[in-house]
Design a protein around this ligand. Structure first.
Ligand SMILES: *Cc1c(COP(=O)(O)O)cnc(C)c1O
Length: 380
């Protein structure tokens, strides 16, 4: 049996007619960049994410970059984030010239540890505190970071809060939606995200009229009015076609999210019955509405052998993320070293993402767990 990590073709075939209809309309109109399709999607995403404004941008990475630019983060600043995330979070901070500062993660959720945040701030000198400008919690794998203590600390130290919600559209924390809790929320429509375009795309959410106006200007090179530049922005525009695809998919998102959550529940039951639950730690659901962009298990040992074994059995898996940010070559100058963030380093060595996409069948889920069971019972 084949169980790929993700199979987007199944999803495409379920919405093919709708997609082809909008594609034809856009091709006939020959109107490709920003415009009414993007505006319609922005309105819908703002509503879906309980934010006053949403601004379509070119990718999740650019959502982070333009958010940092809109809050005037530059080379004299530092920004705190987690070392256990997709590169774009730390990379965007670095690209503004600011220095990323990492804090370790919670071992259950893999999200930024609020205690870690508090400790790093407590250890700062007055000069260091003066440079510190923002914090970027990441809602990893589809579950929100523990935002209340993070927001409290941010308020106390006047930090901008940018939520990296690229993996968490529609996730909730104590009744609040991902992207609606900080000053800015960043989303990605990369095809493998829960709400994916047919290419790159992203969105920034905010309740602030002032930030929204600035983001709009930065999105078009800082041009306002046209050809007059008070700010130096970039080309952060979203395509009409990508917006139209995402609009079609948004109508199905809650159904797909439910299917992901049901798959996660089925995995839990299958693992509980498997008799290997002592060597495998399942994802811990701490916050409400985990949307399961990934279903990530943590195994005691032989993670890489397990991955090879599953691959040979036709089961796709992935390691998110094998090298924490503080150990990446391009960040060597930040002077971090192995051992600085033990929880993130442990996760990098022991976690494995299993297929959890909505269209998986019960037989496929059963097969995945059977193969993991076979590995640890016979080969392990
Ligand atoms: C995917 C992702 C991004 C970047 O989004 P792109 O659209 O690929 O640029 C940023 N942060 C996290 C946590 C992501 O998962």
């Amino acid at each position: 049996m084949k169980v790929p990590l993700l199979d987007l073709k199944k999803q495409y075939h379920s919405i093919k007619e709708e997609i082809l209809t909008v594609a034809e309309q856009i091709f006939e109109s020959q109107y490709f960049i920003l415009g009414p399709r993007v505006e319609a999607l922005e309105k819908d995403i703002a509503g879906y994410c309980s934010s006053k404004h949403a601004l379509g941008v070119s990718s999740g990475t650019d959502a982070l970059l333009i958010s940092l630019m809109a809050t005037d983060i530059a080379s004299q600043h530092t920004v705190i984030t987690t070392p256990y995330t997709f590169f774009a979070t730390a990379g965007s901070i670095f690209r503004t010239g600011a220095r990323p500062i990492f804090v370790d993660i919670d071992p259950d959720t893999y999200n930024m540890s609020p205690e870690g945040l508090e400790n790093v701030i407590d250890s700062m000198t007055d000069n260091e505190l003066a440079r510190l400008k923002a914090v970027i919690p990441v809602h990893l794998y589809g579950q929100c970071a523990d935002m209340d203590p993070i927001l409290k600390i941010a308020e106390e130290y006047h930090l901008v809060v940018i939520e990296d919600a690229a993996q968490a559209i529609g996730a909730e924390y104590r009744g609040r939606r991902a992207g609606s809790m900080g000053d800015l929320g960043c989303f990605s429509f990369f095809p493998s995200k829960n709400l994916g375009a047919f290419g790159d795309g992203g969105m920034v959410t905010t309740d602030s009229d002032e930030l929204y106006d600035k983001l709009r200007i930065l999105r078009v090179h800082g041009s306002h009015p046209k050809y007059y530049h008070q700010l130096a922005g970039g080309n952060f525009r979203l395509d009409a076609f990508q917006a139209a695809v995402v609009s079609v998919k948004l109508k199905h998102l809650d159904t797909w999210t439910k299917a992901r959550q049901e798959n996660a529940s089925k995995y839990r039951k299958l693992f509980a019955d498997s008799g290997i639950d002592d060597v495998i730690k399942l994802p811990v659901e701490k916050e409400d509405r985990h949307i399961y962009n990934q279903f990530v298990i943590c195994v005691k040992d032989k993670r890489d052998d397990l991955r090879l074994f599953l691959n040979e059995a036709g089961v796709g898996t992935e390691i998110y993320y094998p090298i924490p940010m503080h150990l990446q070559e391009c960040f060597l100058d930040l002077n971090y070293k192995k051992g600085d963030f033990p929880v993130a380093e442990h996760a990098a060595l022991h976690t494995l993402a299993l297929p959890v996409y909505p269209e998986l069948s019960d037989d496929q889920l059963t097969y995945v767990v059977e193969k993991i069971e076979a590995f640890y019972k016979h080969k392990g």
